[in-house]
Design a protein around this ligand. Structure first.
Ligand code: ADP
Ligand code: MG
Length: 398
């Protein structure tokens, strides 16, 4: 009889809810350690489902599929944040070790709860959210202070990559913006003057061991992550210390077990704010696949298998460049799809190319990324800009 609380050894099955690229990297990390993986994702062509030993093609509330998964896997994690809390609780009720659990996930899934959480622990972290108001009904609009504008209205749930967001310049634009988002619960955030953005990947094991991975500095375009740089060029020792302390408080206050990402804003006036939490590995941690001794995905596997956490120290400066479906489009006719010039990319000595196995490139769709490893972030950044030219990145973005 196996000890229910002890480590889970290969070739046992681990489970992952969701079959996107984050799931695919989880599968690869698990398989590298000799585990087998069962993926639950309704998409028959999902990136993770393609390579897992077992792919259950069903939706996330399908009882039969969840029971099959629970029979196959003693430990299950998630790769996207909108897995229903009910699904996680159902699996836990079957005796499965699920990390993270539904308490943490349900806070991270909901911007209203998430901001309240940041506010509640402000005395311990000394980093609060940006000035915000909650809009749940029409009457809330009359309570909004004028100083909040210009602002960004964000749906409380189901937003990602800048989706479910609208910039609102004046009070008069608020009702139309809220109406266009379907009058669902929202937060209205002050649009702040960003100096730069950082993200901290942090991992906590079931035994309370906590590790912070190297902090990344991120550049977004049109609400989608474009570049991550590690070490963060604008980081100071005091920002680093402050984030380290706050991130450890946050993960413990959430009783979180697993890998999570916390996004921070550093404003032009030097103020630090916490933006949001992703309860899973994150795009801004993809550099760790090549740059860290232990990647964010291997950490997720270790947590799930109740093994000691790995050492995530940075082995090389790195820049991660996201590849969106846009670059598959012929520059003259965007309806014609062309394969990007991978030969030239692969000839670059610092480039490590990762493609996610998605057959249909769409504008804004994450298709892959390149990690550039070099002696400094400056050198790696130069290569990233060369790659953008080779791949004919669209230039009409902000
Ligand atoms: P998502 O869930 O889509 O990642 P975010 O809230 O993180 O949504 O917003 C995406 C990006 O938009 C941020 O990384 C940042 O660049 C920009 N952004 C979001 N909120 C604000 C804000 N209040 N002020 C200025 N820029 C913002
Ligand atoms: Mg974000």
């Amino acid at each position: 009889m196996l000890d229910q609380d002890g480590p889970l050894y290969p070739p046992s099955f681990l489970g992952i809810l969701g079959g996107g690229q984050l799931g695919r990297f989880f599968v690869q990390a698990a398989q590298d350690l000799g585990y087998q993986v069962c993926v639950l994702d309704p998409d028959p062509h999902s990136p993770a489902g393609q390579i897992a030993q077992m792919h259950l093609q069903a939706n996330y509330e399908d009882r039969e599929a969840l029971l099959t998964m629970a029979r196959q896997c003693r430990a299950i994690s998630t790769e996207f944040e909108n897995v229903p809390a009910k699904t996680i609780d159902f699996l836990i009720a079957q005796g499965v070790f699920v990390a993270p659990d539904s308490f943490a996930v349900s806070i991270a899934q909901n911007r209203i709860k998430e901001k309240q959480f940041f506010q509640n622990i402000l005395a311990k972290t000394a980093i609060g959210p940006v000035h915000y108001c909650v809009i749940e009904q029409e009457a809330d609009i009359t309570q909004v202070p004028k100083e909040i504008f210009p602002a960004i209205l964000k749906t409380s749930q189901l937003g990602y990559d800048g989706k479910g967001q609208q910039t609102v310049h004046h009070l008069a634009g608020l009702l139309p913006a809220w109406t266009s988002l379907g009058k669902v619960p929202c937060v209205l955030e002050k649009k702040v003057d960003l100096d730069f953005e950082l993200s901290a990947m942090i991992v906590r094991g079931a035994d309370d061991e906590v590790q912070l991975m190297p902090i990344a500095q991120n550049i977004h375009q049109n609400g989608i992550l474009h570049l991550s740089m590690v070490p963060a060029p604008n980081m100071t020792q005091s920002i680093n210390d402050h984030i380290q302390r706050a991130a450890k408080v946050m993960i413990r206050e959430l009783h979180y077990v697993g890998v999570m990402c916390i996004e921070f804003f550093i404003l032009k006036d030097g103020t630090m704010c916490v933006n949001e939490i992703a309860p899973r590995p994150h795009n801004s941690g993809h550099h760790s696949l090549d740059s860290c001794l232990t990647s964010q995905f291997e950490q997720q596997v270790r947590v799930l298998a109740k093994l000691p956490l790995g050492n995530s120290k940075l082995m090389s400066p790195v820049v991660m460049l996201n590849l969106l479906g846009d670059i598959w489009a012929n520059s003259k006719n965007i309806d014609i799809k062309m394969s990007p010039n991978w030969q030239k990319i692969l000839a670059m000595p610092s480039a490590k190319l990762h493609l996610y196995g998605k057959s249909e490139p769409k504008v804004g769709r994450k298709m892959g990324h390149i990690n550039f490893l070099d002696e400094s972030v400056g050198h790696a950044l130069k290569s990233a800009y060369q790659a953008m030219e080779i791949l004919e990145f669209p230039t009409d973005k902000e």
